[in-house]
Design a protein around this ligand. Structure first.
Ligand code: NDP
Length: 303
């Protein structure tokens, strides 16, 4: 029986791991992929206090090393279910069931899909949700980025350094992104902004993306845009399915917690982007993780 299982090795999970294991708890982190979460697909982080602009994967690696330096372990696996059994919890993956006194959900969010016909089949054939991973495949080409938030603008600027032209498709006539990011974007000559346009259909040729059909948000009029790559950044969806049966998620899929990051199920905690909150940043994820890790350690001490 472990003291704490942390589901998700992003900044929230790694911070909780650091605090709890440093306080002497026996901690296991489970994740489906590489530790670091979205840090791994972020070119530069420039708003984490104490660090100048630093590549996301570099921070991910340092966080991972420091989180595991007090004896915690990490294993790979997709958590399918979490059960409350007597005074402890069972964490079920496809291969194994783990037991722990406390569980922390730090599963984060995933990129929202456009839900257009053939979108899934064309992933890797012109559709990508990660500019840092796939941008170099479109060197010197024309691509489209969908969305007007911080992610879309930052990824558009990243792609502009690789691609010939980046078409930024924004459904309203204003951005949602922070002003500092909008100001920076305005300096790029090869980013063409298409306000009041929405993606309607994906055009393909030989099983590869050939372009996008756009509609005018006001008139519904259609137009074609020839691009080799499409990068949707239209928001994020919470990864909370593993606690669906426990009734922990709200109508948007996020999980509520009190000030100690404890959910309404005693002994189950939540931290990071999957928590119901306003500001989703690396610094707020590490904040949640630290609070949860420290609080769980204090509960263990009282046992
Ligand atoms: P946001 O929800 O902030 O923005 C989503 C954008 O996509 C909006 O412009 C939205 O339009 C548009 N959109 C939504 N659905 C559709 C659709 N079906 N078709 C076309 N456009 C659509 O998501 P982000 O991923 O940009 O950011 C998520 C969070 O992460 C935010 O809190 C953000 O601040 C944060 N973040 C912070 C960064 C930083 O601080 N450097 C970097 C990246 C993200 P509309 O505005 O009309 O709703």
């Amino acid at each position: 029986m472990l003291d704490l299982i942390i589901v998700g090795a992003g900044p929230a999970g790694l911070s909780a791991c650091l605090y709890a294991s440093r306080a002497g708890l026996d901690v296991l982190i489970l994740d489906m992929g590489a530790p670091g979460g979205k840090l791994n697909v972020t070119a530069q982080i420039e708003n984490y206090p104490g660090l100048k602009a630093t590549p996301g994967p570099e921070i991910a690696y340092t966080m991972y090393e420091s989180a595991l330096s007090f004896g915690a372990k990490m294993e790979y696996g997709e958590v399918l279910d979490i059960k409350v059994v007597d005074d402890h919890k069972e964490v079920v993956t496809a291969k194994k069931t783990y037991e722990a006194k406390y569980v922390l959900i730090a599963t984060g969010t995933k990129e929202r899909q456009m839900h257009l016909p053939r979108e899934n089949e064309l992933v890797g054939k012109g559709i990508s949700y990660c500019a840092v991973c796939d941008g170099p495949f479109f060197k010197g080409e024309e691509v489209a980025v969908i969305g007007g938030g911080n992610s879309a603008l930052e990824e558009a600027m990243y792609l502009a350094s690789i691609c010939q032209t980046v078409h930024l498709i924004v459904r309203r006539d204003v951005f949602r992104a922070d002003k500092i990011i909008q100001d920076r974007l305005s300096k790029y000559d090869n980013i063409v902004i298409h306000f009041k346009r929405k993606p309607f259909a994906i055009m393909e040729e030989n099983n590869k993306v050939k372009g996008l059909v756009l509609t005018d948000s006001d008139t519904g009029e259609k137009e074609e845009l020839l691009v080799k790559g499409i990068f949707p950044f239209i928001g994020l969806d919470p990864m909370s399915r593993c606690v669906e049966k426990l009734g922990l998620i709200n109508s948007e899929g996020y999980i509520d917690a009190d000030e100690n990051m404890e959910t309404k199920v005693k002994g189950i905690f939540v931290a990071g982007d999957v928590r119901n909150k306003r500001l989703r940043q690396v610094v707020t994820a590490t904040n949640d993780g630290a609070i949860a890790g420290q609080y769980i350690a204090s509960l263990k001490e009282q046992e």
